[in-house]
Every structure is written in structure tokens, then in C-alpha cells.
Design a protein around this ligand. Structure first.
Ligand code: SAM
Length: 196
């Protein structure tokens, strides 16, 4: 399965690179379009729970999901793990509409709603300063994106902060300290790193 995912990931990256190159050739690439666009595949709720458990999200913590899709990870962090603040970032405005719907469907208290922010942005443009008050970062991106984010996360996150990634690791130079397998529609893997 890992092999299949790796092949799929490579194909997606290649497709994204091709699309970007084609757009640039045609002169129609929008200036704010991310240089790598990861396709939207929502994390299954069972895996969301495993990610937040593996990261040991605690009451009062701040959780960021980079490439937040419909916002399910941030909402679960606030609702089920009592995080104090949640931020989800996605470049795609359609996903932000999905996030609004997810909030409406989640039956949150007014306080919980206030503690959640979803915003449009390219995660590859985030800087280390964006992460200084963050306790947990969640990712379901691609290996190539994880590797681009790695130096920013390492430089920006405080000691004790955790990073969890669904299915994709950070490369051999930052091995995960823990991996958790989750059976659902297929076998999913959750990787954990703690900032030392
Ligand atoms: C695989 S989905 C994961 C969604 C969500 N985190 C989850 O686990 O359910 C990846 C998401 O990242 C967004 N995305 C892809 N590339 C991005 C980029 N460069 N900056 C911001 N968001 C991006 C996509 O629009 C998509 O919603």
C-alpha cells in the first residue's frame, strides 16, 4: 500500500508540475496559485481521531491544519480534544466554503466557533513566525510538500510542539518517533514528530 501511495504521490506531483509548467507556458498561471497543489482527499474521521490522539492534543492547546480541506481536523481538535484555538489554511476557496458548512453541521458552541479560524493561503508561503505559538501541526499533503515545510516547522515551532502527518513522512533526515497504523477503508499511517 505504501508503494502504491508513493507511486500515486509521485504521479500527482508530476501532474501538478506538468499543469504548472503548462499554465506558465500559456501565460495563464495565476500569480497566487501555489507552486504545488495537493489534491483534496479528506482524512477519514477515524484517522482524524488517531492523528489528534497520537499528537496528544490537550485542553488549551493551539492546533493548525495545513491544507485544511473541509476543516474536519481543526473542528475535531476544538470539539473533541478541547483545544483552545484552531486554524485551518487552504488555498482553495471551495474548501473554505466546505469549512463553513462543516462548522454549521458540527453543532459547536459559540465559544468553540470563536476559537476556530479558516483562511485562504498557500502553506508553502508560511514562515517560521507563523508557528511560534502553535502546539500541534497536522498535515495530509504530499512528501514533496512535507519536505518543503520541514525547515520552517523545525525553525518555527517551540520545544515540545508536535507534528502529525497522515500517510507521508518527512524524509530520512527527520525520522518519525512514532508511527500508528489505522484500519479503515485501507491501512492508513499516522507519523509523529516532537520538536526537541
Ligand atoms: C489531501 S487534502 C487534506 C485535507 C484535510 N487536511 C484532511 O486531512 O481532511 C489536501 C488539502 O490541501 C489543500 N492544498 C493543497 N495544496 C495547498 C497549498 N499549497 N496551500 C494550501 N492548501 C493547499 C487542498 O486544497 C486540499 O484541501
Amino acid at each position: 500500500m505504501r508503494k502504491l501511495l508513493a507511486v500515486l504521490a509521485t504521479a500527482v506531483v508530476a501532474a501538478a508540475a506538468l499543469t504548472t509548467a503548462a499554465g506558465a507556458r500559456q501565460g495563464d498561471k495565476k500569480q497566487d496559485e501555489p507552486k504545488i497543489v495537493v489534491p483534496y482527499v479528506p482524512t477519514k474521521h477515524k484517522v482524524v481521531e488517531a492523528m489528534l490522539k497520537t499528537a496528544a492534543v490537550k485542553e488549551g492547546e493551539t492546533v493548525y491544519d495545513l491544507g485544511c480541506g473541509d476543516g474536519r481536523i481543526v473542528i475535531a481538535a476544538i470539539k473533541d480534544f478541547k483545544a483552545k484555538k484552531g486554524l485551518g489554511i487552504d488555498f482553495n476557496p471551495e474548501r473554505l466554503k466546505d469549512c463553513e458548512k462543516s462548522i454549521a453541521d458540527a453543532k459547536l458552541t459559540d465559544g468553540q466557533k470563536k476559537s476556530i479560524t479558516f483562511k485562504q493561503g498557500d502553506v508553502l508561503k508560511m514562515t517560521k513566525d507563523d508557528f511560534k505559538d502553535v502546539d500541534v501541526v497536522t498535515l495530509y499533503l504530499l512528501p514533496v510538500v512535507n519536505r518543503e515545510l520541514k525547515p520552517v516547522l523545525k525553525a518555527g515551532l517551540k520545544k515540545g510542539a508536535r507534528v502529525v502527518s497522515h500517510d507521508f513522512d518527512m524524509g530520512d533526515d527527520w525520522p518519525a518517533e512514532k508511527t500508528v497504523k489505522v484500519e479503515d477503508d485501507r491501512e492508513h499511517t499516522v507519523f509523529l514528530w516532537t520538536i526537541k
